[in-house]
Structure formats: C-alpha cells, structure tokens
Write a protein that binds this ligand. Sequence first.
Ligand code: ADP
Length: 504
Amino acid sequence: MINILATLMAIAVAAMVWVQVITINKTAKLQESNFNIIVNRALTDVNDMLVFQETNLFYELDTQNYIPDVPASGGLNLFPKSDPSASLDRLSRSGELSVSYKHKTVKTSNGKFDIRQEKATYSLPSMQSLYNRQSEEQSRQLRFKSFMLLRGEMKVVDRIPPGYLQHELDLELKEKDILLPYKFCVKTTANGKTKMALGDPDYNPAEGTREYHTPIFYDDNSSKPHNLFVYFPGQHAQQIKAISSIVLPSLILTLIIIGIFVFTLQIILRQKKLSQIKNDFINNMTHELKTPISTISLASQMLKDNSLVHSPSTIDHISGVILDESKRLSSQVEKVLQMAVFNEGKLKLKFTEIDLNQIMAQAASNFEIRVITSGGTLETSLLAENPVISGDEVHITNVIFNLLDNAEKYSKEIPKIEISTENRNNWVVVQIRDYGIGISKENLNQIFERFYRIPTGNVHNVKGFGLGLSYVKRIVEEHHGKIKVESTVGKGTKFRIYFPVTNS
Ligand code: ADP
C-alpha cells in the first residue's frame, strides 16, 4: 500500500512539474510573440509618420499654396452614411442644396421617443466652381506624384531630418510601453548591395539577438528600397526576468510540495519501522517475562509437592531460586515501567548533591560478583577530585548499571571492563569501557534510539528491549550532561558521560 501510494504521489508530482514546464514555456512564447507584434507595429507607425511628414512637406512647398477646404478623408460628405434615408430633394439654381430627412427621432418632454419629419438645408458651391476645383485637384495630384518621384531618388539622409527617426521611435515605443534601450539604423539596398544609410553608428546586433525591420517609403516604388532596423540589446535579459517572475514562485511551490511529500513518506516509513520494532519488543518482553514466571511456578510446585522430601537445604535452594527469579522479574517489569513513564513524559527527578565517585564505587562493588563469576575483571580508577554534581541518585545509578550491564552483555567470552571518573574543565567525566564485540560505525548513531537493537549484536543470544541506551541518554540530558561513544568492532566500546560540576 505504501509503495503504491509513494509511486502514485511520485507520478502526480512528476506530472505537475511537467504541466508547469509546458505552461511556462507557452507563456514565454506568448510573451515573445506579443513583444514582436508590438515592436513591428511601432515600426510601421514610424513609417506612417515619415510618409505623413513628407506629404505635409509637399503642401508647404506647393507653389500654388492650394489648401483643400474639404475634409481629406471623405470629400463633400453631405450625406452621412449613418442616415441612409436622407435623399437629394432638389438642386436650386443659386447652387443651394436642400436635403430633407424623412424622419428623425426626437425625445419628447415626457421622456418618450417620437419620430418627426424634418428638413435641413445645406449650401453647395455652384457647378462652375466645383469644376474648377476638380481640375485644380487633378493638377495638384500630378504635382504631388512628381514631388514623390523626386523624393524617391534622394538619399535617405537627406529625406529624414537629423534626429527625427530617433525621436519618433522613442515616442512610438514609449507609447506601447516598451522602455527597453534599443539600437536602430536604416539600410538602403542598391545594385544588390545593402548599406547602412543612417542610424546608430554602433548598430551591431550580437548573435542570437532578434532584429526587427520594416520597409520605409515603400510607396516610392523606387529601385533603392529602404528598411528600418531595430534591435534591443537587453531583450534576452528582460525576457528571462519576466519568465523568472513566473518560474520562481512555481519552483518554490513545487519544491515545498516535493519536500512535504518526502517528509510524509519518511514519517510513514519511520512509523512502519517503529511498529515493527514494537512488535519485536512485545515478543522479546513476553520471552523475558515467561522464563522467570515459569521457573517460579515450577519451584512453587516443587514446594507444594508432598511426595518430595523437603529438607532444609532443598527448601533453602528452592526459595533462593524463587527469590532470584522474582528479582529478575521485578527488574524486567521495572524497566518496562521506566519506559512507560518515559513515554508519557512524566519523568520527575529529585535533584540532590551526589558524589559520582561514591556511586561508581557502589555500582562496581555490586556488579563485580557478576563479572568475577564469569571469570572476567572489573577495574576501577576513580580519579575525579571534584566528583559532586547535582542529580537524581536513583536514575544516575540506573544509568551506570545500564552501561555496566551492556558492557557485560556484549562482551566476548570473558568480560573485561574498566570504569573511571575524572575532572575535565567544568565536567565530571564518567567512563565505562569494555573490550567486547564493539559497534560498527553505521549503527553507532542509532543505538540511542528507542527500541533499537543491533541485529548482529545478539551473539550470545542476549535478550534486551533496545530501551537501555535511550533511557541513559534521556537521563544524561535531563542533567544537562552529554554522552559520547567510541567503538571498534571486535575491540570494544567506550561510553563517556559528561556531567556539569556543581561547586567548581
Ligand atoms: P538492549 O536492551 O538491546 O541492550 P540498549 O539500548 O541498551 O538495548 O542497546 C542498544 C543496542 O546497542 C544493543 O542492542 C547492542 O547491540 C548495542 N550495544 C549497547 N551497548 C553495547 C556495548 N557495550 N557493546 C556492544 N554493543 C552495544
């Protein structure tokens, strides 16, 4: 189930990233084509302005000084297209033209609309003067054509006033919200060769830079066409900047989602591992508790069995077994209880001034019998001159016992243990060293985790709950101390606990 979930989530995240990449790519392309359209539009507008300026120049220079008194766009526009019902009524001899509108919509005082008949009268010049004007118009058009032919032969530098092109480009681009710096030039093609005619002397687009161009004065139909070229040196950087404003937030969001995904997966896997460890723990515990219980029940059955001879020595032996086994049982139960208290965070310590030399000596003398029985040695060297710390005596003693217990449990055939105390700066350092099986580097930082047991550590079929060291660490930290471990596989392990000295 976890694997399926993880795969589905990975596919979903990958698909999301893919969709984002496509969207960003499309946005980038759209932005670029938008920019291209706007720039091309600006260039055509500049050309329109050039043509307009040239036409104006013609009117200024025209010797006849003819200024048309009719609107340039529509001529004599007496019949507005918007009112097709208007019709020519009659043309008066005086040249007066009467136009009647058959109906007209009027808004009345009470707010309603009413359709009324109405007449309007317009004046028109006489037919003769109209004719005169028409022939004048024709000759003016001829003059304009020859003017334009003449201009078409001129060099482009002579046609465009200095600075005018730059000014127009500035205006048109700014109007279209393009504030990027640009370079421009006009190139003229003559006899198959294209030459720069005017513009920025340093006009030289870098490779990969997009050039925009438009023909100018193309109405000339000249054999020497001119083209206006523009490029933006910072266009690429600008595009990257625009895109990064979209990419960056989506990148951050994607990373957050991936982070949460990985974190969730880790939690799930850790929980799975923990539940496995807890199962092992229950199995272990059942085994550890079953042995003393069955021994005690066997011993009590023996006592109850009247067919057996109950000499004082047998009773003494059996009661000894019961006592030993119940002690073992209570110590196991104690351990589990200790851990249960731990879990609920109810650990309450009673701080008093304690002498670590004394505690270590006491622990060593209690433990010695166990080591000596199995033929081993326990060496003590309590050198701390200032061994007093503020701590909880019971828990500190438990800590020392746990470490001594491990040193013996994970020893080789014959246990060899050394314990010592010393002062280092403001610390009392307690060291418990064994020459046992040791711990590999990979396992070293996990041994303090709750329920963790090194699988291969079970050489002597040593039973445990994987709780001892996590308890030790917690107690040491509650005392503002620190615990360090050094170990070499096959050579032994050195646990060192640092407790802060009270009266240094
Ligand atoms: P356990 O109840 O298994 O002893 P601990 O928390 O005390 O639990 O220890 C965790 C694991 O660390 C042990 O299972 C053992 O493999 C390893 N370990 C602890 N102390 C020693 C030691 N002195 N030498 C070698 N291995 C050790």
